[in-house]
Every structure is written in C-alpha cells, then in structure tokens.
Design a protein around this ligand. Structure first.
Ligand code: ASP
Length: 326
C-alpha cells in the first residue's frame, strides 16, 4: 500500500472522531426544511464563521444566489474590529500596515481577487467588482486601491487601537522577524450551496500578522486559498499560506473529489501533501470542503481548527479532526 493510501486510512480510522460525521446525521436524520438534498448550506472557517454563516444563510433562504451569500457572509467579520485577522481591526504587518487579501468565485468558474490592498474595509466586495467589471482576475497593491476608490469604496484607516497596541507589544522583542507559527492567523473562507444547488466561495484575510510588508498569502490565489467547480464542489483554506500555495491545496482537493474522494478524504490528502515535505510541526493549516450533495469534510495539521456549519436549519461550531496525534 502506498504511503498516501496508508495516510488516508490512518487518518480516517485514527483521527476522524464523531465531530466530523454530523454529515451522516444531517443526511439521514435531520431533515433540511428547505431541501432534501443537503442545501442550501453554508460552511466557513473558525468561530467568526457563525455570524458570517447567519448572514449568508439569510440571503439563501430568500432564494438568493450562492455568490451573493458568500459575499454577504464574509463582510460580517471584515467589518468586525474584534475579528483581528480579517478586514477592519486586522493585525498589521511588521511595519504597522494592515494589508488585505481576498478572493471570490462563482458557480460559472468566474472569479476575482485582490491582494496587498490597504485602506478598504471590504476587500471581498472589491474582488467581486474585479470579477464583474474587469477582464482580469487579480488586482494588487496600489492598483487595487485605485480601482476600489474609482468604484466608490471609501478610504479608511483599518488599524484599530487594539491592533496597534498588540503590534507595539510584538515589536518589543520580535527583532522585527516575521513569524510563522500555529497561532498568528485566522482567515475566513466560506462556501455556500444555494437552493439551485449552485456553489460559490469567498476567502478574505489580513494574512499572517507581522508579516513582511508586501507579503501575499494563499487567500487571494484562486486554487490555493479557495476554489470551486460547480460540477464537483468547493474548498477553502486557512493557516500558513505558504504551505497552501506550495501545494495549490484548494484546487487539489476539488480535483480529488472529482476523482471520487469524499470531501473528508480529499481534505486529509490535502494535508498529507503538506506534511510529506514541509516542517509541519510549526504550522497550522486547515481545509474545509463540500461537494454537490452538501456533504462536507475538514482536516487540519494541528488541533484547534474549528469551523461553522449552517445546514438543515441548525448552526453549529465543529472541531476539525487533525493530523498530529501527540
Ligand atoms: N492563510 C492566511 C495567509 O497565509 C492566513 C490565515 O489563515 O489566517 O495569509
């Protein structure tokens, strides 16, 4: 048996606990009042996903599209100063600048993104405008800012007092070294299946805190931080973006589902590709995936990754199964 197979087997038998199988309860037990096929549904990373999912589900329950839902959903943590890894209130880079990355993708395969964007509270909405109003996929830095301003987005100071104080504390003994560890990040990636069964996704972040100025992570890279294919499913990532970019994780996971893997198996294989070649002990990476039936999977390198699921009329926060068994 190949190492890859062993990993999948070990992962499923060894690490996937009861927490990951509400999908069985959802499809066999809890009936979705709006659909018998597992949708509409919304799923997203971390606890800030709970209010984001609520906002997205409101759109879906009115018959709205997945693309409108994902945008509405992630705008909630983008505007929340307490969500210190996304949008307004996000922790800055090592020079004290809040720089944002985001991407969005719809069920037709259309997509848009912005990277290294400053002063705009809702990068996801700028990414959507890039998708809808330009022939391009990604705008970056000063060009992205100019595009946002030209399209009526207000220029704002995104560095809150709380974030500035944290950064000043960090500066005291950081020696100005960017860090990659298991805790200095928390992107929101959000996937939705609407009442027509169409999938869209969004991903938005202030990236790794205290990163080098100009650093861009996986979150705005279509296929790395997020990817959807309406024939198959969708995936989004959180954690150390460098590791996700090196394996083009979200695209990989969607392709594995196309070849027959369940969302859970595909997420485990996505993590397997990372731990195979990279020093994973210092890095947290989490993947979330859904398929067209509304089944989902999640997997991370370390414990402590959780995700929010809104499906079948209920909203819950679920602990992801993980690779490292101490
Ligand atoms: N993936 C993001 C990045 O590398 C970080 C995160 O998930 O918070 O920028």
């Amino acid at each position: 048996m190949s190492n890859r197979r062993k990993f999948i087997k070990g992962g499923i038998l060894g690490a996937v606990g009861a927490a990951i199988f509400p999908k069985i309860a959802l499809s066999e037990g809890k009936k979705n009042p709006h659909s018998t096929n597992g949708f509409p549904m919304v799923i997203s990373t971390w606890s800030h996903g709970i209010p984001a999912n609520e906002a997205a589900m409101k759109v879906l329950l009115k018959g709205g599209s997945a693309i409108d839902a994902v945008e509405a959903g992630v705008r909630v943590p983008e505007a929340d100063p307490e969500s210190m890894s996304v949008g307004y209130g996000g922790l800055p880079d090592r020079d004290g600048h809040v720089t944002l990355d985001a991407c969005i993708m719809d069920h037709t395969g259309n997509c848009g993104s912005v990277s290294f964007l400053q002063h705009i509270k809702h990068p996801i909405s700028v990414a959507r405008k890039v998708m809808e109003k330009t022939p391009h996929v990604m705008l970056s830095g000063a060009g992205a800012l100019k595009f946002a301003l030209d399209n009526g987005f207000p220029k704002e100071d995104l560095l809150t007092d709380k974030a500035r104080k944290r950064w000043e504390e960090w500066l005291k003994d950081s020696q100005y070294k960017p860090i990659i560890n298991v805790e200095n990040h928390d992107t929101i990636g959000l996937l939705a299946l609407d009442q027509n069964g169409d999938i869209s996704g969004a991903c938005t972040t202030s990236g790794l805190s205290y990163k080098m100025h100009g650093r861009v992570g996986d979150s705005p890279i279509i296929g790395a931080g997020m990817f959807v294919d309406n024939e198959v499913g969708g995936c989004c990532a959180t954690g150390v973006g460098e590791a996700v970019m090196k394996t083009l994780g979200s695209f990989l996971i969607v392709e594995l589902m196309r070849q027959g893997a369940s969302p859970q198996e595909a997420c485990e294989e996505g993590i397997a590709r990372i731990v195979k070649n990279q020093n994973y002990r210092d890095m947290q990476i989490g993947y979330l995936a859904i398929n067209k039936q509304g089944e989902h999977g999640a997997y991370s390198v370390h414990p402590w990754f959780n995700y929010a699921l809104h499906q079948g009329g209920s909203s819950e926060l679920i602990d992801s199964p993980f690779y490292i068994q101490k």
